[in-house]
Design a protein around this ligand. Structure first.
Ligand SMILES: C[S@@+](CC[C@H](N)C(=O)[O-])C[C@H]1O[C@@H](n2cnc3c(N)ncnc32)[C@H](O)[C@@H]1O
Length: 371
């Protein structure tokens, strides 16, 4: 007993190496061995030697398999060694038996900080409370006038785009095909309401012969109309307009930018060649888990094959790399949704580890994976 007290005194006075030597000689002592081993393991852990601490805790576990404290401390060592999956499993097993075990909570808190959804992601830019009706006066005037549809998308597609963007909260968005800026206004309005994100809009921005905007009056070109509509809606800061052939311009623009594309709306050249060229230029910069929405995927309604062709190609030939969805729409023109898959995509949508822990505590092991 005196030897153990003296080892503890060495720890208290900061003489860790003396303490280790003293504890070493006690570890094989039948009566004091377990206590000495426990102190040595903790000392190793606090000295930043989790591998050694783990060895001691494993020995202690063999001596006392029912001890939840030893199991929780083993989990702590596993965390320090970067074995997050086993640390998680051990900590949640402890909590299922001893819901107040403090070391197990420490492990969960540490796991949360390295692995979970960063609370700051959302806290930084809280979305404003939902409005009565999304949109802005420019959008409503364009809709009231009703002349731009069907070249511009259907009002319900505008609202669909808006809602999706509010949910996904992308940082960088691309649009191919703006025409007079109706869908552009919807996308920019969603980013504005998110207080986050920027849109790069690509179009040939051709001259307009006979277009009179209900907001701007006569417009000479799609560029004037799109820019004017965005300006009138107070959204110009959220958008950069890129005149020219979209596939080439996208590659040129993003090659120089250190950013990935999180979301794209493809509604430009609807030929097979055009739709595929738009997609592959976007895909070069598309983030893992990034979403691409394709407009006009029902060739029976829209006399263009491109979007359908692209969707089918990805579905048949690239399954595993992309997930593809057919979304029917009220205008019967259809939308296609594409998500880029890759190992690690779960990281983007991984739920908070604390929720996962709660689930494990309630139902035992999760059935689908082990991290
Ligand atoms: C259907 S309209 C876009 C409508 C718009 N998305 C909306 O819903 O309000 C198609 C647009 O694609 C543009 N476009 C066609 N081929 C293109 C190309 N190769 N590069 C850039 N834009 C192109 C056209 O100039 C046209 O304005």
């Amino acid at each position: 007993m005196k030897e153990l007290e003296s080892a503890l005194e060495s720890i208290r006075s900061g003489s860790y190496h003396d303490a280790l030597r003293q504890l070493e000689s006690l570890c094989n002592d039948g009566a004091l061995g377990r206590q000495a081993l426990g102190h040595r393991a903790w000392l190793y852990l606090t000295m930043g030697e989790p591998q050694r601490a783990l060895q001691d805790y494993r020995m202690l576990q063999n001596m006392d398999p029912a001890s939840q404290e030893v199991k929780a401390l083993t989990a702590l060592c596993l965390f320090e060694l970067g074995d997050y999956a086993d640390a998680m499993t051990a900590a949640t097993e402890v909590l299922s038996r001893e819901p107040r075990q403090r070391h197990a909570y420490t492990v969960l808190r540490k796991l949360q900080s390295v692995h979970g959804c960063a609370p700051g992601d959302y806290a930084e830019a809280p979305p404003p409370p939902p409005q009565e009706e999304p949109g802005n006066r420019v959008i409503f005037k364009l809709e009231d006038e009703g002349k731009s549809f069907p070249v511009s998308c259907h009002p319900l597609i505008g609202r669909y785009l808006y809602s999706l963007l509010r949910l996904v909260r992308p940082k960088t968005v691309v649009e191919t095909g703006s025409y007079i800026g109706y869908s552009t206004c919807w996308i920019a309005q969603a980013l504005e309401d998110n207080r986050y994100g920027h849109l790069h809009a690509f179009d040939l921005f051709m001259p307009l012969e006979n277009y009179t905007s209900p907001i701007l009056g006569k417009c000479r070109s799609c560029h004037d109309a799109t820019k004017g509509h965005l300006e009138a809606a107070g959204l110009l800061d959220r958008v950069t307009l890129h005149p020219g052939d979209s596939p080439k311009k996208i590659v040129k623009t993003f090659t120089g930018l250190a950013t990935e594309i999180d979301f794209a709306f493809i509604d430009g050249d609807h030929s097979c060649r055009g739709a595929c060229a738009d997609f592959s230029s976007i895909d070069k910069f598309l983030a893992t888990g990034g979403l691409v929405l394709l407009h006009d995927t029902v060739p029976e309604t829209v006399p263009w094959l491109g979007p359908r062709y692209l969707l089918d190609q990805l579905d048949r030939q690239q399954a595993g790399s992309y997930s593809v969805l057919n979304l029917p729409t009220p205008d019967s023109m259809g939308l296609g949704a594409i998500q880029k898959n890759a190992a690690g995509v779960a990281a983007l949508v991984r739920p908070s580890l604390l929720y996962e822990a709660a689930e494990r505590l309630r139902y035992g092991r999760l059935w689908f994976n082990r991290r």
